[in-house]
Design a protein around this ligand. Sequence first.
Ligand SMILES: Nc1ncnc2c1ncn2[C@@H]1O[C@H](COP(=O)(O)OP(=O)(O)O)[C@@H](O)[C@H]1O
Ligand SMILES: [Mg+2]
Length: 342
Amino acid sequence: MASNSISSQELSSADTNDLPLLVAEDVIKIYKTGKIETQALRGVSFKVNLGEKLFLIGPSGSGKTTLVNIVAGMGKPTSGKVFWKDLSKDITRSSLEEIIRARRSFAGVIFQDSKLLQHLTVKENIELAGFYAKIPQGIVKQRSEFLLKFMDIWDKRNKKEDTLSGGEKKRAAIATTLITNPRILIGDEPTGDLDIVTAESILNLFDKISDELGIALCIVTHSQQVAARADRILEMREGIIIGQHGGRIHLRNLEESRLLEMDRQNRLAIPKTILKTLDNPKHFSISTEKRKIILEPIYDESLITQSKKDIITCMICGKMVQNTEKFCNHCGAAITKKREKK
Ligand SMILES: Nc1ncnc2c1ncn2[C@@H]1O[C@H](COP(=O)(O)OP(=O)(O)O)[C@@H](O)[C@H]1O
Ligand SMILES: [Mg+2]
């Protein structure tokens, strides 16, 4: 399992090709609306490696949009750090001008509702994006020609947005983000508004962009189709990353492929589905056995307030009972004393 624990020191050391492209460290975001506070991100750390295809999944409200906005430099976290390989400082402490300048060559950003300028043709839209990024005109012409062909919209180059299909609009919008030749494409549900067949063709295109242009992907999706394409999938729930998956997963059966990910504060989130099968315990005893961590739910509230030396484990059923008991109150076996390890 790839570790997400990269220190800022590691990043600010000499720039080598081994360094990740993007690193988020302990990102917290609290939205304040009047007196109401929403903790959208509760300490998220992750990295995207060079050329990696990383996807973010999770239910609505789990913080995906907030997270991609922050790592794309389009929103500030309440605390935490974000590093881009090209900018040798924490972007959350950079000025807007610095971020905009660095983003031109670093990241292309694509949203579900990314739009073209209606009065311009596809080609003009792409070239305008190059002009804003201050790329020399000759290079813009050359690159926009390449992108129109690469994105399979060469025939549509002189059309305006209102005559394009959903998929063609999306291809054109992606092409405008690629004119600067970014190292990473960051997207928030870019195929969410498309039908399955069109979404599939756009996802194939993301594959092609990554494989042939070497551009990394960091994309939020709800699409099962994505699952087979990812190098890695991060699963978000209630403002944290609860687990990570390799490619080839089923979004309906994430339990099968989930690897729990310890965060930088050594926190592991136990999936709610597992807690539910155990009647939602709130407390656990922890021990290790043969290089395994054993968490044993404690249901008896009186055991929680007692010191560990007053509790023993029943040798028959393995449940915890008070030291003073002669028989296990779970399985009825006579208690033979094996003290809990401290
Ligand atoms: N601008 C905002 N103001 C207040 N709360 C917000 C704002 N944006 C998002 N939230 C809240 O933050 C949480 C995470 O939202 P979001 O990042 O949009 O999640 P997702 O993209 O996974 O659906 C939600 O509870 C949402 O209501
Ligand atoms: Mg969202």
